[in-house]
Ligand binder design. Structure first.
Ligand code: ADP
Length: 191
């Protein structure tokens, strides 16, 4: 199974990604987590990643591809993946499709988790109050949501045109979101 989770900050793609990976027995590739790990390295790329993440800006595409490509290629060879947060720009989507083409694999679905902005903001501020992440700050949250709308939003029509978009209401309890995703996937034709 090869899936992409496309979702704004706070929609629950990390939670759903982990569940889907367990269900299908494939690797959960969380772009933000892999980039946060790489940001610990005292290298030019590590410092750039750390700075982008702290501001809530996207990390440059080339760095993202350098960090993620090997994981995607390896997981493809082992039965698939749940991509969580990659691709999230049009150039990344085109690069990912090109890598897939070379490997002879395509995505089965791009799952778009949507929720009202007020709900997303509240969830992220709740997470912040429980320790959260360094980028769970009101001003940075606002910016992350804007970056999603401007830069990642265009991937919704991109995957819709390719016939693999599955839109799921994420403004529900996590178990209901999981159930909706699974119901939609069970009716799926491989792309
Ligand atoms: P969220 O999407 O909820 O903000 P993530 O952990 O997925 O959380 O991403 C956190 C940060 O990591 C983003 O704000 C961005 O700086 C960086 N990042 C993650 N995935 C990508 C990507 N595919 N391209 C560029 N930057 C990314």
């Amino acid at each position: 199974m090869r899936l992409l989770l496309l979702a704004p900050p706070g929609a629950g793609k990390g939670t759903q990604g982990a569940r889907l990976a367990a269900k299908f027995g494939v690797r959960h590739i969380a772009a933000g987590d892999l980039l946060r790990a790489e940001a610990q390295a005292d290298t030019p790329a590590g410092r750039e990643i750390a700075a982008c993440q702290a501001r809530g800006d996207l990390v440059p595409d080339q760095i993202v591809l350098d960090v993620l490509t090997l994981a995607v290629v390896e997981a493809a060879a082992r039965g698939g993946y749940i991509l969580d947060g990659f691709p999230r720009t049009l150039p990344q989507a085109i690069a990912a499709a090109e890598i897939g083409g070379r490997l002879g694999v395509t995505l089965h679905a791009a799952i778009y988790l949507y929720a009202p902005e007020a709900v997303l903001t509240r969830r992220l501020l709740d997470r912040a109050s429980q320790g959260g992440r360094a980028d769970d700050r009101a001003d940075v949250i606002r910016h992350r949501l804007q970056v999603f709308a401007d830069t990642t939003g265009p991937l919704v029509p991109y995957y819709k045109e390719r016939g693999i978009l599955v839109a799921v209401d994420a403004d529900q309890p996590p178990d209901s979101v999981t159930a909706d995703i699974q119901a939609r996937l069970s009716g799926l034709q491989p792309a």
